[in-house]
Design a protein. Structure first.
Length: 268
C-alpha cells in the first residue's frame, strides 16, 4: 500500500490549535509558525472553556482568547460544561453525549478550512464526528515515551505518566507526539524527544516516593516542568513543521518518514 502524507499542499498548512488551559504548547506552535521557513500557519484557536470561567482559587482557567488576541488569530469556543449543564449534567463525565458536542465543534471550525488540528492541553476526549472528519489529521503531544511496552500494551498512557514512569524505575523521561485515534494515547507515534534524566533528591528512593505523597508531588512536578521545556516544546513544533513539509505519512497504522517506514516514529 502507498503511504499518504498527513498534509500534501498546495500552499501552507492551515492549523487549528485546540486548548483548555494556559496554552504553553499552543504558544510554541504559534511562535514556530512565525519563522521565515514555517510550513504552516495557525488560522484558529479553539477552546472548550469559555473566557472568564474560573477555577476554585478564582483564577482564569483558559487563556485561549488572550492568546488569540495577542497574535491576531481567529478564536472559537464551545464551552463543554455549559453544553452538559444545558442537558442536565453537572459534569462532562457522560461520554455518550460527547459525539453531539463534537458535531458542534466540527460545525464551528468548518469555515476555517483546517488541514491539521493540534491539541495543546485540550482536555476533552475526541469522538467519531471529529475523528472521522479529520481522520489522521489530529495530533497531540504526550509526556511519556509511547514506544515503551509492557505485556503487549503501551506502558505509560493516561493522565499520570510522569509519576508512573518515575515510580516504575525509569531512568529517563521523553515526550512523544502522535496521531490521535479513538483509543486515547494509542495513535501512531510521530516524534519522540531526547531523554530527560530522572533526578531524585539526594537520599530519596523510589520506595520513599511511594510512601511520601508530598515529596512525590514535588518531584513529579519538577520533572513535568523539565519534560515540558525539553520535550514537548521541542518535539511538538518540529512535528507540525514536518507534517507541513509533507515529510510524515501514514499507511495502515505505520508512520513513514521521508517515504521510509518508521513504525516507532522519529527518535531525536
Amino acid at each position: 500500500m502507498v503511504s499518504t502524507p498527513i498534509f500534501k499542499g498546495p500552499g501552507k498548512m492551515r492549523v487549528a490549535c485546540f486548548m483548555s488551559g494556559s496554552g504553553t504548547n499552543t504558544r510554541r506552535i504559534i511562535e514556530r509558525s512565525l519563522e521565515k521557513d514555517a510550513s504552516y500557519g495557525v488560522v484558529l484557536i479553539f477552546t472548550d472553556v469559555r473566557d472568564g470561567r474560573l477555577d476554585g482559587d478564582g483564577k482564569k482557567i483558559c487563556r485561549a482568547l488572550d492568546i488569540a488576541k495577542e497574535y491576531g488569530i481567529a478564536y472559537e469556543c464551545v464551552d463543554i460544561l455549559d453544553f452538559y449543564l444545558e442537558r442536565g449534567h453537572e459534569s462532562k463525565k457522560d461520554l455518550s453525549l460527547r459525539p453531539e458536542f463534537d458535531r458542534l465543534v466540527v460545525e464551528r471550525i468548518e469555515p476555517y478550512r483546517v488541514d491539521l488540528i493540534v491539541l495543546g492541553g485540550y482536555m476533552s476526549i475526541q469522538t467519531a464526528p471529529l475523528l472521522e472528519r479529520y481522520g489522521g489529521r489530529i495530533v497531540n503531544v504526550h509526556p511519556a515515551d509511547l514506544s515503551i511496552m509492557k505485556d503487549g500494551e503501551r506502558r505509560y498512557v493516561g493522565m499520570h505518566t510522569v509519576r508512573d514512569a518515575i515510580l516504575g524505575g525509569e531512568k529517563t523521561l521523553r515526550s512523544s507526539s502522535h496521531v490521535v485515534r479513538e483509543k486515547v494515547d494509542h495513535g501512531e507515534i510521530l516524534v519522540i524527544s531526547r531523554p530527560v534524566a530522572v533526578q531524585l533528591p539526594p537520599g530519596v528512593t523510589v520506595d520513599r516516593l511511594r510512601e511520601d505523597k508530598e515529596l512525590r508531588r514535588a518531584v513529579v512536578e519538577e520533572h513535568q516542568d523539565r519534560l515540558k521545556r525539553e520535550g514537548d516544546w521541542v518535539v511538538y513544533p518540529l512535528t507540525v513543521q514536518m507534517i507541513g513539509e509533507g515529510r510524515l505519512a501514514l499507511c495502515d497504522g505505520i508512520v513513514y518518514l521521508d517515504d521510509k517506514p518508521a513504525p516507532r516514529g522519529l527518535r531525536l
